[in-house]
Design a protein around this ligand. Structure first.
Ligand code: HEC
Length: 133
């Protein structure tokens, strides 16, 4: 995984151990394998309508789901070496390709989104276990 690509300057006050990747860089190196084509049922970036609809769910929902995973969407796209804010940037990049936009992620906003996404993931596990009687 080419995580050592040239990266964009960090803009928030949080100190990161390495320069952060842009949303486009994360998308190309991690997310495109599924979201470029629609593999395994991922919403393809070519499906602008699907991403416009997803964008209406808002940043908390989308960032949280990308961080915590959903069905065949692996947590963090299957690349835990990413920083949470990089995953959020990649979400924003895919939303932007569809002509919509989400606010620029901050460390605080992304932390809250992760907590929400993990809570929803736990609830889904509980529900599917209860249904598996
Ligand atoms: C292994 C394939 C795979 C990779 C890699 C992957 N995704 Fe996904 N993604 C999926 C699938 C499948 C879904 C649809 C999940 C569902 O609704 O069941 C999805 C859905 C999503 C959604 C919509 C969530 C929602 O609320 O419906 C977002 C946002 C997302 N992915 C972001 C990302 C980001 C950002 C990356 C890269 C860091 C990434 N994905 C990498 C397979 C992948």
């Amino acid at each position: 995984m080419a995580l050592a690509l040239s990266a964009t300057a960090e803009t928030s006050a949080v100190a990161y151990p390495r320069a952060l990747m842009s949303g486009e860089q994360v998308y190309q190196s991690v997310c495109a394998i599924c979201h470029g084509s629609g593999a395994v049922g991922a919403p393809s970036v070519r499906d602008r309508q699907a991403w416009q609809k997803l964008a209406t769910e808002g940043p908390d929902e989308l960032w949280g789901t990308a961080l915590a995973g959903l069905r065949r969407m692996p947590p963090m796209g299957g690349e835990p070496a990413l920083h949470d804010i990089e995953v959020a940037r990649a979400v924003n990049y895919m939303v932007a390709l569809a002509g919509a936009s989400l606010p620029e992620p901050t460390a605080t906003a992304v932390k809250a989104a992760r907590a929400g996404g993990e809570k929803r993931a736990k609830e889904r596990i509980r529900e599917s276990r209860a249904a598996r009687k």
